[in-house]
Design a protein around this ligand. Structure first.
Ligand code: GDP
Ligand code: MN
Length: 377
């Protein structure tokens, strides 16, 4: 889960990283009052979970509370790279002498963390990284050793950061470890004109697998799904992923669903989704799954691939028949039942004799049929 800037800075502060005074508001009127409390002049910052806000007009200086209110009015509701601005943060402006980039990120391939740091931080860091990779230091961090004072000094030296940043490098490491984060990034970390080292921005990605031991985040809703169908499926407890093709795929078990995607692709068609109904495959689950898939207009045919194990195929066939009562089938369904009680399951579907329900006895034949039907649609 990605945190908002204002949440990241709260964490930073907890571990001793200095941040400017700030308040978060969601109305222009509250922005004016907050600006008054913060001393009048403020930086108004859109709270969206995407970078590059500065370049997109999501970071603006307001010279007084009236200007803050006006800026807030313009910024609230604005779209930044597909994210609607619902909250803004007002921060006390600081005079900047120098902007640095520092981050820790999990390096999965190496089984370690990586410290990435540069003395040329700020809004141009991507450009710096692309054109002058030497200006960005990348130092591996052994998770068992962590960022000791010596390691922090090594990172600072490699990136040519001033020695005053060494304590911050250690504090940021504490954020990463103690909060179970996969990424902790500060860009820019600045040296102010009065010589302080301050985090002016923050990005933290928490490890969702550690949610159970981070009581603080338990009540925080996880990131909203970008695809509404995925959200609807998650609400019903289904493991659904939207893909680009035209053949809807339902299977029981992730392994079977993945091979089904391959077989569909092997027939020259493209899967429209990944939907694993798991071991249960009850009538309700089948109805929910079909409802989700059929509400995707891109779907031209649906391939239901079930291997009966603990859940016998006759129960799955009953589930499909019952699902046909509650879901109006608008596109053809190709069902392949195999394994436990396959013959009884197939007989149940034959008896139901729905004009849009087809059967095949092998996975390949079923995939071919589904591909043909999608093609003909
Ligand atoms: P981002 O574009 O989403 O990374 O947003 P940032 O929070 O990093 O802000 C973009 C830029 O605005 C920073 O790189 C700074 O140069 C500048 N900025 C942000 N806050 C302040 C501030 O308090 N004072 C000054 N002078 N510049 C600021
Ligand atoms: Mn930034």
């Amino acid at each position: 889960m990605d945190l908002y800037e204002h949440q990241a800075r709260e964490l930073f502060a907890r571990y001793g990283v200095l941040v400017p005074d700030a308040e978060v508001v969601d109305t222009p009127r509250a922005a004016r009052l907050a600006a008054q409390r913060l001393g009048g002049r403020v930086v108004v910052k859109a709270q969206v979970k995407t970078g590059g806000r500065g370049k997109a007009g999501g970071v603006k200086l307001a010279v007084d509370p009236a200007a803050a209110e006006l800026t807030a009015r313009q910024m609230l509701g604005m779209d930044i790279k597909g994210h609607t601005v619902r909250k803004i943060m007002l921060a006390q402006p600081v005079g900047i002498d120098d902007e640095f980039y520092v981050s820790y990120v999990l390096d999965r391939a190496a089984g370690r963390f990586l410290a990435i740091a540069s003395a040329e931080g700020g809004m141009g860091i991507e450009e710096v990284a692309a054109t002058r990779p030497d200006a960005v230091a990348r130092i591996p961090v052994d998770p068992a050793e962590g960022v000791t004072p010596a390691k922090a000094a090594e990172i600072a030296a490699a990136a040519q950061l001033p020695p005053e940043t060494v304590p911050v490098l250690q504090q940021l490491w504490q954020v990463l470890v103690r909060e179970d984060a996969l990424l902790a990034e500060v860009n820019p970390l600045v040296r102010t004109d009065d010589g302080r080292i301050l985090a002016l921005d923050g990005k933290v990605t928490l490890d969702d697998n550690a949610r159970f031991r981070q009581a603080r985040w338990a009540s925080e809703p996880s990131d909203p799904h970008t695809n509404p169908l995925e959200a609807a499926a998650t609400a019903k407890g289904l493991n659904y992923v939207k893909l680009d093709g035209e053949v809807g795929v339902i299977g029981n078990g992730a392994g079977l669903v993945m091979s089904t995607l391959d077989v569909v692709a092997g027939c020259g068609a493209r899967p429209a989704n990944f939907l694993d109904i798991g071991g249960g495959a009850s009538a309700q689950v089948m109805a929910d799954g079909l409802a989700v898939i059929l509400s995707d207009p891109a779907v031209k045919s649906v391939f239901v691939n079930v291997f009966g194990g603990i859940t016998a195929c006759d129960a799955v066939a009953d589930g499909i028949v019952q699902a046909l009562e509650s879901v109006r089938l608008t596109r053809p369904l190709v069902v392949r039942l195999d394994g436990n009680a396959a013959a009884r399951g197939r007989a149940i579907l034959d008896d139901r004799a729905h004009p849009l329900v087809h059967q095949a006895t092998t996975m390949d034949a079923a995939a071919r049929r589904a591909a043909e039907l999608a093609d003909a649609a």
